[in-house]
Design a protein around this ligand. Structure first.
Ligand SMILES: Cc1ncc(C[n+]2csc(CCOP(=O)(O)OP(=O)(O)O)c2C)c(N)n1
Ligand SMILES: [Mg+2]
Length: 470
């Protein structure tokens, strides 16, 4: 905090590895003059040491307005320009060495190896599908290179927690059990695709795995997630006992999506309605070609959580165990106390934004190469596993080979499938089995054209009939 003539008067922020939380607001409100206290934890004790008489005379008067209830009057004209940056929680360094043994998560070999294999699978799938788009075999694709540690967040959730994604969270879906075949079928939009070929590639969704279908329109999932979490809270309140596990909502989005108005409405709703939702912002430094430095002036996205009175954690998004621990803690707060939590996971987008982008137009290739070499989420986890004796160069070679074979097999199978019948375009619009007269008219027109020009529409590539609604 600075006075108008620039004199430093006081600064306050949280120490490292401490959840940045509204819980501490209660004593903050008792302590308007914070000079000399390095962390919030030690302050209440110091406050008690102040003699009663001097406290009474030195304490400013509370400003009693309904809009803000924790403020005190001051006779100094103060402009608050800056707080210390929120610290970034890390468990492993870039060599996979745990810095504080107390922070190492209690994950067993099976889970740790599973997460690592899923990271390799993500890379293998990205490579094959990216190339497939380049060869014109699918229309579009987005890779997750550099952001593989996000899988740690999915591993910290309960399998029935509801996930709202943006598009670069295929790792979370893979961890939930979405098969390679299901990924490939969606990207091909073939007759086996759960979405019946009506979405762009990478717009996955599956009711069985509680993963809400991706929407291209940026940030729409964030208020939807607050609403879904509110619904879960109401259902939880009405539930009859322990038979149903308590659930929360996980909402993934990027730093660019956090610039949309929807982000702000969603956070405010979740805070005021006390919704059990985790807002997980993948801050990968770019919104397509716009670097974070041109996107906002504040302390990243995390500082906005505090502004909304939301518990906030910033973590190293390339450290799978920091991501895992942060999400586990957030889930405890969400499920146990109906508290929304914002996690800002700092990472770097190694790939182009999508197959429609060439990032060499706005960042140097050496910058990307540097990140790949210096801070790779897979290398960090691999080194950690090797140090435990849970992984070896031999296992690495075999896993790389087997996983690539499985990815190629699923890819070949998806490519062989027919496309869904054009009739499917008109199905599932309404819950009722019949479609509306207007839609029936459009369907008749389209099917008439398809039958009239079968070569133009390559009708041999489509299933003959279909349509769960007629
Ligand atoms: C409402 C809206 N505006 C713009 C776009 C175009 N668009 C698609 S992705 C994107 C950038 C998003 O960046 P970020 O949220 O950081 O996610 P990232 O791609 O980095 O994972 C933009 C601007 C869109 N899809 N929807
Ligand atoms: Mg981004």
């Amino acid at each position: 905090m600075y006075t108008v003539n620039g004199t430093f008067t006081s600064r306050w922020a949280l120490a490292t590895r401490v959840l940045t939380t509204g819980v501490r607001r209660s004593w903050r409100s008792e302590c308007p003059v914070r000079r000399g206290y390095s962390t919030l934890d030690e302050t209440p004790a110091k406050m008690q040491q102040v003699p009663k008489a001097s406290r009474a005379s030195s304490l400013p008067r509370k400003a009693q307005f309904p809009g803000v209830t924790n403020s005190y009057f001051t006779n100094q004209l103060v402009i608050t320009t800056q707080m210390d940056p929120i610290a970034t929680y890390q468990v492993m360094d870039t060599d996979g060495v745990v810095q504080d043994a107390g922070q190492e998560p209690a994950v067993d070999q099976e889970l740790a190896v599973r997460i690592y294999r899923e990271m390799i699978t993500m890379n293998a799938m990205d490579k094959v599908l990216y190339e497939a788009q380049r060869q014109g075999r699918i229309s579009f694709y987005m890779t997750s290179y550099g952001e593989e540690a996000l899988i740690g967040s999915a591993a910290a959730l309960h399998p029935t927690d509801v996930i709202f994604g943006q598009y670069r969270e295929a790792g979370a879906l893979l961890h939930r059990g979405f098969s390679l075949e299901a990924f490939m079928n969606q990207c091909y939009g073939n007759a086996l695709d759960l979405g019946k070929g009506r979405q762009m590639p990478v717009h996955y969704g599956t009711r069985d795995l509680h993963f809400v279908t991706i929407s291209s329109t940026l940030a729409t999932q964030i208020p939807q997630a607050s609403g879904a979490a509110y619904a879960l809270k109401l259902q939880g309140a009405a539930s009859t006992g322990d038979a149903e596990p308590k659930r929360c909502v996980m909402c993934y989005f990027g730093d660019g999506a956090a610039s949309e108005g929807d982000f702000h409405g969603a956070l405010n709703m979740a805070a005021t309605m006390e919704c059990p939702v985790i807002f997980f912002c993948r801050n990968n430094g770019f919104a397509i070609s716009t670097p974070a430095s041109e996107q906002y002036k504040g302390d990243g996205v995390a500082s906005r959580g505090i502004g909304y009175g939301i518990d906030t954690i910033r973590c190293d998004g390339n450290d799978v165990w920091a991501v895992y621990n942060a999400t586990k803690k957030a889930r405890e707060l969400a499920v146990g106390h109906n508290r929304p939590v914002l996690i800002e996971s700092l990472t770097y987008r190694i790939g182009h934004h999508s197959t429609s982008d060439d990032s060499s137009a706005y960042r140097s290739k050496s910058e990307v190469e540097d990140w790949k070499r210096r801070d790779n989420p897979l290398t960090r986890l691999r080194k950690w596993l090797e140090a435990k004796g849970w992984w070896s160069p031999e296992l690495e070679t075999r896993a790389q080979k087997d996983i690539r074979t499985n990815v190629l097999k699923a890819f070949a199978a998806a490519e062989k499938q027919l496309l869904p019948s054009p009739q499917e375009t008109f199905a599932d619009v309404y819950a009722a089995p019949e479609i509306s007269p207007a839609l029936a008219e459009q369907k008749a027109e389209v099917m008439g054209l398809v039958e009239k020009y079968p070569d133009y529409y390559k009708i041999h590539e489509f299933q003959k009939s279909g349509g769960s609604q007629s």
